[in-house]
Design a protein around this ligand. Structure first.
Ligand SMILES: Nc1ncnc2c1ncn2[C@@H]1O[C@H](COP(=O)(O)OP(=O)(O)OP(=O)(O)O)[C@@H](O)[C@H]1O
Ligand SMILES: [Mg+2]
Length: 221
């Protein structure tokens, strides 16, 4: 079954220097449980595509069907709820909230999606332990390194056991050992939970672990 079906998606940005065309006529179909790597040179539009697919930005043209919902037709409140219930995010800009500590940041999506239980808290504590972050539970984002923030945003993305995880360069600011841990965990848990994974990366080893690799050019018709 297609969990994602994208047709005719186009996006350009307006800037003081004029219109910047980025994506033209993107087509993409993804099955439930599949992992997809989007690759391409810097500036080609990978982050833009992930923003559109996950409803964080709006396309100029096209249809986005996710789990049989036309997310481009939802209003802002419906879209926020749909995201909270269905998506997990690991993005270049980590979006951790500065006034919550690490643990509360990871628990927030569970609270929003009303999936908060004692068992889910225990699962999250296990993930902190897995990443060697058990001493950072009560640190605030500005008391954490870039790599620590990235691992915490992965824990947050996995917390609600989402239908789809969007990950933009998830290993971007990690050292070799933490990249390995993150990859291992990402693929182990997404396989176990039949989560669909859409990631962008310059890391060819990470891309090769996915079921399919597409460049933006492959997706434009
Ligand atoms: N708000 C904006 N206004 C104008 N241009 C933008 C804006 N956001 C992105 N762009 C341009 O759109 C293009 C695509 O950007 P995007 O961030 O999607 O690339 P990317 O493939 O993710 O690159 P990277 O690998 O460096 O992360 C770039 O040329 C960028 O300069
Ligand atoms: Mg990018």
């Amino acid at each position: 079954m297609n969990i994602i079906a994208i047709k005719n998606l186009s996006k350009s940005y307006d800037s003081p220097q004029g219109t910047v065309p980025v994506l033209a006529n993107i087509f993409l179909e993804v099955n439930q449980g599949e992992s997809i790597a989007i690759v391409g040179e810097s500036g080609r539009g990978k982050t833009t595509l992930l923003y559109l697919l996950s409803g964080l930005d709006q396309a100029d043209t096209g249809n986005i069907l996710i789990n049989n919902h036309h997310i481009d037709q939802l209003n802002e409140t419906e879209l926020a709820l749909f995201r909270a219930n269905n998506f997990g995010f690991v993005f270049q800009h980590h979006f951790l909230l500065n006034d919550l500590d690490a643990l509360d940041n990871t628990l927030l999506p569970l609270r929003i999606a009303k999936k908060f239980t004692e068992e889910s808290t225990n699962e999250i504590l296990e993930l902190f332990h897995y990443f060697g972050l058990e001493k950072r539970l009560h640190h605030f984002p500005d008391e954490l390194s870039g790599g620590e923030k990235q691992r915490i945003s992965l824990i947050r993305a996995l917390a609600t056991k989402p239908l789809i995880i969007f990950a933009d360069e998830p290993t971007g600011s990690l050292d070799k050992e933490n990249s390995r841990l993150l990859e291992e965990l990402l693929f182990e848990l997404t396989k176990k939970q039949n989560t669909t994974l859409i990631l962008s990366t310059h890391n060819i080893n990470l891309a090769q672990k996915c079921d399919k690799i597409y460049s933006i050019d492959d997706l434009e018709q």
